[in-house]
Ligand binder design. Sequence first.
Ligand SMILES: [Fe+2]
Length: 557
Amino acid sequence: MSLKINRRSFVKSTLLVSGAAATTGMLSGCATGEFIHGIASGDPLQDRVIIWTRVTPQGMGKVPVEWEVATDLGCHNVVQRGIYVTDEFRDYTVKVDVKGLTPGTRYYYRFRTTMDVSPTGITRTLPQGAVDQFKFAVFSCSNYPAGYFNVYRHAVERDDIDAVLHIGDYFYEYGMGGYATEDAEEMGRVPAPENELLTLQDYRARYAQYHTDPDLQALHAKLPFITVWDDHEIANDAWKAGAENHNDGEGDYFLRKANAIKAYFEWLPIRERHGEDNDDIYRSFEIGDLVSLYMLETRLLARDKQLDYADYMTPTGGFDSDRFLADLSNPARALLGEEQKAWLQNGMATSGATWQVLGQQILMGRMNLPIPLITFQIGFAEYIQLTQLAQTNPDQLTPEQWAILQAPSVPYNLDAWDGYPVERETVLETARLLNKNLVVLAGDTHNAWASNLKTLSGDLVGVEFATPGVTSPGLETYLEGQDPDLVAAGAVAFIDDLKWANTQYRGYMTVTFTPEEAVSQWILVDTVKDKDFRVLDVYGKSLKVLPGPTNRQILDV
Ligand SMILES: [Fe+2]
């Protein structure tokens, strides 16, 4: 449908088609608003996509916002339009699930109030049928006070990306003085509100601040996002009934969780679920016959509390490994939970797509490191020297040094899939039994990793590509003084399934799927503390995996 109409008739015709939500009564005497938080789109399907904006109201009451979706930048060829009436109960955000669209098509969209017109955004629907290529840009851990969103800017300036996956830590809940805020004042990025987020107003205000960032705005305006939360959209190390960064003095955890979820649904272009406070945001996307993408929820729905090594220390300073292993391998220990797991297994069983892709938060690869490294008893450089000495001149090693080398390796992060090995094995075994090509995308760590994924029996079933953070500091901060190249080399040497790592730089990755291969490219930047940055080609890296049962492992490009 192509209509050229003036503003008055646009409003009139829209009112006629947009149903009960928009009545002429709402338009009289209502507030108006302007668009300072940008526009966004998300959750594209073959025939629909979410478009989003927020109006800053001038006055109180309901604000009618006209929207239109067109096939051209000038919005002459409008294919869908309507009016969405927003108000303070959804923080004046606007979210429309625009239906009746054509698969694999680029669309333009914009919003209008009586006083302002939004910028025009670009989005696209997912293709169907035979698909030659699809490229995701994958982001995580975008922490406003920790730096500039340079890597968003880099993605905006390229034209080869089809959709953005943000796999968690879209924002951080800390207040000024909290995690990674040391440089915030100097960069003009003091978190708002300055306190840690607890109330609905807090969470809303933090989203509002992030949505004024020009680089984030530009990326939202250019590409559809598919998002899942990790922990920091609520509180650090969140699980179904608590969080490391939630204490008794901070009130009811479930109320805080509900506040965080409500604000998330208000401020992000995610399709509404069954109500405003639902935490079952796991959902799938079909990219024609090429990719089945499963976005997983690993935080609020079913996750049991993280184990803590400190809880297994004996009074004499030893470690009760029997009790630890019994708890770790308890079959009832949940990360996805039964319902989500069954949904995933059913999806993989019925999918005919070449690639089965998990878009999710935490590392699935086994990340076991020698205990002396985890406990900072020794640095990576010295540990590597000891291993070399053990091979060349073992007689020179002292008993203490032998003890260090003989210490067992354990998972370094029990908040990751390493802390939930039974469910991990179920997922990996599912891929093996179904003979599927599994590609897992992960974030959370702020560093870049590439791992093979193996069942406990040693069968290769897929690979994991993990994206570094957008700004949150990585291992280079925790291991200050240690050469990051040696840390990465040591990690690859000591962790069996880990094939590549960068533990120093922020960035993002693109993952390009074709029928022949899946290629991950990591784009790393030299700084996030200055708006002037450059991409570190020398540390750029591409790795791939091929489909087929004998190819399911990390390969050089
Ligand atoms: Fe993070």
